[in-house]
Unconditional design. Structure first.
Length: 187
């Protein structure tokens, strides 16, 4: 196989189309999980079209053109990464955090620290294996998970923390991005 400028260009186009194909696929998967039917249908069309174009150019000479095959495979790898970057940057995902503090005053300190940082927190008292516990719940964006974990651990390094994806939220208090004030989740 001779590597010509045309062969490099073709491999580059295959690589870029495959990156786009996988990125669209990742975003489509998120749209499906969030119940966005129209968006996921449109993205499925784009994904299928890109796949058909790219696979047609690969299958023509799969054994004789290793450059195109490598571009296809590397494009898939890079496309997954790009798709995850798009999802984390542009698609707001919500997380539910539950903190269980075995010491009620310490649990309240965590709640106060989180509220001072602009997060909404619900406190409840519960009964654990070894007695009373203070339970805290908060709904935050995925981007805010690290901050909430850091605040919680700073106040009580022994607190139990569970983080789960929140698929649907309705009403409540969400931290405003650039201000310490919150906003209603319906806005």
């Amino acid at each position: 196989m001779v590597i010509t400028p045309e062969a490099l260009l073709a491999a580059g186009v295959i690589f870029l189309l495959r990156v786009l194909n996988y990125a669209v696929s990742t975003v489509r998967t998120v749209a499906i999980s969030r119940g966005r039917r129209l968006m996921s249908s449109v993205l499925a069309f784009v994904e299928a079209f890109l796949f058909a174009v790219v696979i047609a150019s690969i299958v023509q000479d799969i054994t004789g053109n290793i450059l195109n095959l490598l571009a296809y495979c590397f494009g898939a790898a890079a496309g997954g990464w790009v798709g995850m970057a798009i999802e984390s940057r542009f698609i707001t995902g919500y997380m539910s955090i539950t903190v269980v503090a075995h010491d009620k005053p310490r649990g309240h300190e965590i709640a106060v620290a989180l509220r001072e940082a602009g997060f909404g927190v619900t406190e409840t008292v519960g009964e654990g294996l070894q007695g009373p516990v203070n339970m805290l719940r908060s709904i935050i964006t995925k981007r805010e998970v690290r901050q909430v974990l850091d605040i919680t651990r700073r106040v009580d390094s022994k607190a139990f923390i569970a983080v789960e994806e929140a698929h649907a939220i309705h009403r409540g208090w969400l931290k405003e991005r650039d201000t310490p004030r919150g906003r209603n989740a319906d806005n």
